[in-house]
Every structure is written in structure tokens, then in C-alpha cells.
Design a protein around this ligand. Structure first.
Ligand code: GSH
Length: 225
């Protein structure tokens, strides 16, 4: 039995769920998965056992007990990533500056980029060629590309690799759904951003997630543009 259970939403739509799932998969940490269909009659009942204000993702870690003997629950994507990194002592760059930058860009992703998040909802099934990109979304995209290039410029010679800091880390997980949005809405990218997006799309874990998302038949109307 796994110590960890990750409660997630629909793979086709739930971008927040994808982040910790992608993080665990790429760190080769085993976990059980519970999928809850979002915005349906049963959603509230299925999320009631969790202290997450009826939101996903939630990580349940039975190796850690609370005062009342129940297992630790961690909700909110960034807190889940931090807990996994603390428990397994991996998942952020080791070097102090890059660790701080990785956390800064992850926090920026967590709290910002509402233009792209609102206008281009993740939908693994869809591809919209030449989708019209509004000015506020373009601003977000430009900032994201600048962030990716900034991270890449900090890669240490001994950590060379295709991820944002060479080796995979939490920042890659935080930006993974953004890649899906950029590809789905046909955002034109160049240079490192284009190669990075392609690499994330081809990643085994991403392919597994997208394939499962494409098989789902549940529809969330507000995420359909
Ligand atoms: N800031 C939260 C956001 C979580 C969130 O909004 N999750 C969405 C699914 S992607 C959700 O559970 N929505 C259900 C609802 O709002 O009722 C996090 O980082 O985990």
C-alpha cells in the first residue's frame, strides 16, 4: 500500500491537479490516485472527507499523523509540492540561488497569470489553430517566456538538461499546464520556449495524463471555449 494518495479532478481540465501529479511522476515517487469528477452532483460528497474547501488537488500522507490520529492532508498545489520535496528531499534545485529562483517562479505561477488562466482553460482534447490571443494574455505569455529563459540562463554547467533548471524540479511541474494551454491554443513560441514546451508535451508522464484526459467523457461547460 502506498503512503501517499493524491486526490485529483478531471484530467482533461484540472490544471491544478496536473501539477503535483506531474511532480510525483517525474520524481518516480509512487502514489495512489483518486479521481473526483468536478462540478457534478457527486463532487461535494466525494470531497467532503477532505479539509480542502471542496477543491482539488489534495495529498493524503498516511506516514504522518495529526493530533487526532488521522493522516496528514495537504491541499493547495504549492504546499503539496513543498511537502513532497521536504519528505523525499528532492524536487528543488540543490544550489541555493536556483532553489530560491525556482520557488519564486513557482509562487508567481501560483498567484498570477490570471489572463492566460482565464482565457485559455486547459483542455487536453482540444487544439485551436490560430486562436486569437488578447493583449492581457499576450502579456502573460511574454512574461512566462521571459521567466523560462531567465531560469534557463541560470542552469549550472554540471546540471545541463532540458528542464527549466537543467534537472526536473517543482517549477517544471508548476508550468506544465501552461505548456498544455500554449500548445492547445496554438501560441507561437521560438527558441528555448518552443523546445521546452515540446519536451514537456513529449514527457512520458504528460503523455499518460493527456491520453487519460482524452478518454474522459465528463464535460465542464465553463472550461469549454
Ligand atoms: N490554489 C488552489 C486552486 C485549486 C483549484 O481551484 N482547483 C480546482 C480544480 S483545477 C477546483 O477544485 N475547483 C472546484 C471548485 O472550485 O469548486 C491550488 O493551488 O491547489
Amino acid at each position: 500500500m502506498n503512503d501517499l494518495k493524491l486526490v485529483i479532478g478531471n484530467k482533461n481540465y484540472s490544471s491544478w491537479s496536473l501539477r503535483p501529479w506531474f511532480f510525483l511522476k517525474n520524481l518516480n515517487i509512487e502514489f495512489e490516485e483518486e479521481l473526483v469528477w468536478l462540478f457534478e452532483d457527486c463532487t461535494e460528497r466525494h470531497l467532503k472527507p477532505y479539509f480542502s474547501n471542496e477543491k482539488v488537488p489534495v495529498l493524503v500522507d498516511i506516514s504522518v499523523s495529526l493530533q487526532d490520529g488521522t493522516p496528514l492532508q495537504v491541499w493547495d498545489t504549492l504546499a503539496i509540492i513543498e511537502h513532497i520535496a521536504t519528505r523525499f528531499n528532492k524536487g528543488w534545485p540543490e544550489e541555493v540561488a536556483n532553489k530560491a529562483i525556482a520557488r519564486a517562479v513557482s509562487a508567481e505561477m501560483h498567484s498570477g497569470f490570471t489572463g492566460i488562466r482565464n482565457a485559455l482553460p486547459m483542455n487536453c482534447k482540444k487544439h485551436f489553430p490560430n486562436y486569437p490571443i488578447e493583449a492581457d494574455v499576450k502579456q502573460d505569455i511574454d512574461r512566462i517566456v521571459a521567466v523560462w529563459e531567465y531560469c534557463q540562463s541560470q542552469i549550472l554547467p554540471e546540471k545541463k538538461g532540458a528542464w527549466l533548471f537543467g534537472e526536473f524540479c517543482g517549477a517544471d511541474a508548476m508550468f506544465a499546464p501552461v505548456v498544455m494551454r500554449m500548445i492547445g491554443y496554438d501560441v507561437k513560441l521560438n527558441g528555448f520556449a518552443r523546445d521546452y514546451a515540446q519536451m514537456v508535451l513529449e514527457n512520458d508522464a504528460m503523455q499518460e495524463w493527456v491520453s487519460a484526459g482524452k478518454l474522459e467523457t465528463h464535460v465542464i461547460d465553463e472550461d469549454e471555449v
